[in-house]
Design a protein around this ligand. Structure first.
Ligand SMILES: C[S@@+](CC[C@H](N)C(=O)[O-])C[C@H]1O[C@@H](n2cnc3c(N)ncnc32)[C@H](O)[C@@H]1O
Length: 226
């Protein structure tokens, strides 16, 4: 979809702290998946950053093979270096054009708000999936989230990729009109949530943390129509 490349999305320290913060929502994401097993399946993680989601998924639901793609080259290299023995490879997202009809499932976690053309993104995932394939989109950054107005400014200050102002309805329309059956649920994190009381960027009180992780995170299940 795009030839844009950046070195890292956030600096290394920011991305490592993001990885830690995303742990509970990756686990909730995996808990909510409709599929009990990905045995024999081929998976795509779009916006994989440093590879943490696929590593977490493989521990719980092993898959046959996976590709992680990201616009940020250093992050992709780091994901490759840290993959251990999971059957995954990591590449810049331009490589996706070579994977037509290749995947049974695709995932993105906290990525689509950074994509400037949602329809083009929906089309590239549609093309990359096998018939009947499913794209799971986990997202907490959208205009219906009351925290988003503040976060939009925060992300705009550091991100080399400009954030967008999509509503949940915008997302549903973009994927629905691109040939996906759309369903959605809350992504609800369970258990005790680590709270970083020194965070001055995103979650400024325990209430914001709990509300975000149990009310505002959403999970779309987008099934490619035959
Ligand atoms: C908030 S981070 C989420 C990373 C990861 N999915 C996770 O759960 O920790 C957003 C990621 O999307 C990537 N990204 C932004 N725009 C992208 C694009 N157009 N194509 C692919 N990746 C993109 C960024 O480089 C970054 O790694």
């Amino acid at each position: 979809m795009t030839a844009v490349q950046v070195e890292t999305w956030d600096d290394c320290e920011g991305e490592m702290s993001m990885e830690e913060g995303h742990g509970p929502s990756w686990e909730a994401f995996i808990n909510h998946l409709a599929e009990d097993s990905f045995e024999g399946k081929s998976l795509l993680d779009f916006g994989c950053n440093r590879g943490g989601f696929l590593r977490a998924l493989y521990k719980r639901k092993p898959f046959a093979k996976a590709l992680g793609v990201d616009i940020a080259l250093d992050s992709v290299q780091d994901a490759e270096a840290r993959k251990g023995n999971i059957p995954a490879e990591y590449k810049h997202n331009d490589a996706l054009a070579d994977y037509k009809g290749a995947f049974d499932f695709a995932f993105s976690h906290e990525v689509v708000y950074l994509i400037p053309d949602l329809k083009a993104h929906a089309q590239e995932i549609y093309d990359a999936l096998k018939p009947g394939g499913v794209y799971y989109v986990a997202i907490g950054e959208y205009t219906d989230n009351p925290l988003w107005e503040r976060w939009y400014k925060t992300v705009s200050e550091f991100s080399p990729v400009a954030p967008q102002n999509y509503s949940l309805q915008d997302m549903a329309e973009a994927f629905g009109e691109s040939g996906f059956d759309v369903s959605v649920r809350r992504l609800v994190c369970d258990g005790f949530l680590p709270y970083d009381y020194t965070d001055k960027k995103y979650l400024l009180s325990p209430m914001e943390l709990v509300q975000f992780m149990t009310e505002y995170m959403m999970l779309f299940r987008l099934e490619k129509r035959a």
